[in-house]
Design a protein around this ligand. Structure first.
Ligand code: MUC
Ligand code: MG
Length: 395
């Protein structure tokens, strides 16, 4: 079907839903090395574990999705092993044989088959949008409401913990016009030492914006004591300072802080986002597929947060180009993404899993415009990094 050919009044082309039925779902476990150690308050990685999902439709179209984790089941409950098991054993069988274009219906079926397991569900959902988009010759963003934005300013994370290395890295990124906004991962050592590290960074990077991610490492008392110092340094945003389950205290901290506070690990489901919004637990929400469990659901989370007056931030979990493209498809359709995005993941890998379709430059990442997720997946490279080959899910 040529979508550019005009259709006369009353003519109905439709499309063959039968051809879009899911005939196969496979998983591949990939370990992709990173260019340097990436340290968070609760984990450190030098290799990124990724579960790639490949869905094949009756018409032969293939779509890819990515299940992301950081350091096993540490950033959240899911691990590469649990994602693969959930896809193979529960999620893929729940949607086998169904028309892949019924995204909402399949999302419901997956939600019934597995509670939470949002990274696994998002990986399949991304693959469905990719395969259906390729079948209809439409970008996934078109299936999500159509593009509002062509690209976004992209943030880079400084996370080696070695301030001299971080200054050199950031200066290099700035000079190359790749990044001028930096997220510093803190909570690695005592707050006083972190403030000194941040002061060095702020002094060395006068034309850059700095935000911090505490990844739940601070107590409420530490927040009260040290957030004023962050404010003095001109830090633009504080991400998830306290434990994810402690939304009440996050609300108290948000109320007291003059620096905006972002909720990340503390709000996964739309219900949690609604509660955070109603309680004032953060004035910014980090949007992530691993939290929402699907592309449309991510869009819903954005809508609910916006209705509560929260600003939106395009979060990541260091996804490769596959996962980054899935996020950008959604982000591109949002009325506003106030803080831009941090999808630097493809560039922290020594080599991305995609060989084309995703372009970075001039401090921005452009949203892919090709069919499906719009990226060219490098299967050969993925297989080189894979632990075994593709595994077929139960049907
Ligand atoms: C997180 O908590 O935001 C995203 C970027 C990064 O450096 O860590 C992740 C996880
Ligand atoms: Mg975070």
């Amino acid at each position: 079907m040529n979508v550019l050919e005009p259709v006369s009044a009353n003519e109905h082309r439709g499309f063959d839903e039968d051809a879009l039925r899911i005939v196969r779902t496979e998983t591949l476990s990939v370990t992709a090395p990173t260019i340097r150690a990436h340290k968070l308050s609760n984990t450190e990685i030098s290799n990124k574990s990724i579960i790639v999902v490949r869905v094949t439709l009756g018409n032969g179209a293939v779509g890819y999705g990515e299940g992301s984790t950081l350091g096993g089941p540490r950033w959240a409950e899911e691990s590469p092993e649990s994602i693969r098991a959930a896809v193979d054993k529960y999620l893929a069988p729940a949607i086998f044989g169904q028309p892949a274009n019924r995204f909402e219906m399949l999302g419901q079926a997956m939600g019934k088959a597995a509670t939470r397991n949002t990274a696994a569900r998002a990986a399949i959902d991304s693959a469905l949008y990719d395969a259906v988009g390729r079948s209809l010759d439409l970008p996934a963003s078109q299936l999500l409401g159509g593009r509002v934005h062509d690209g976004f300013e992209v943030i880079w994370a400084l996370a080696s913990g070695d301030v001299d290395q971080e200054i050199e890295e950031a200066r290099g990124k700035f000079a190359a016009r790749e990044h001028r906004r930096f997220k510093v991962k803190i909570g690695l050592s005592e707050p006083r030492a972190e403030i000194q590290r941040l002061a060095r960074l702020a002094e060395a990077l006068p034309d850059c914006e700095i935000i911090v991610d505490v990844n739940q490492a601070w107590t409420v008392a530490q927040c009260y004591r040290w957030i004023p110092a962050l404010e003095e340094l001109g830090i633009a945003l504080i991400e998830q300072p306290v434990a994810s389950g402690d939304r009440r205290n996050l609300a108290r901290i948000t109320e007291r802080s003059r620096v905006p506070v972002m909720i990340d690990e503390g709000a996964f489901s739309v219900g949690e986002v609604a509660e955070a919004g109603a309680d004032g637990a953060g004035t910014v929400l980090s949007l992530k597929l691993v939290k929402s469990g699907g592309l449309m659901e991510l869009k819903r989370a954005a809508g609910i947060a916006s209705a509560h007056g929260m600003e939106l931030y395009g979060g990541c979990l260091l996804e490769s180009g596959i996962g980054a493209a899935a996020h950008l498809a959604v982000f591109s359709t949002l009325p506003k993404l106030h803080w831009g995005t941090e999808h630097f993941g493809p560039k922290i890998l020594t080599r991305d899993l995609v060989s084309g379709g995703l372009n970075f430059g001039d401090f921005r990442v452009e949203c892919p415009t090709g069919p499906g997720l719009g990226v060219i997946v490098d299967e050969d490279h993925m297989l080189e990094l894979a632990d075994g080959g593709w595994r077929s899910a139960a049907s």
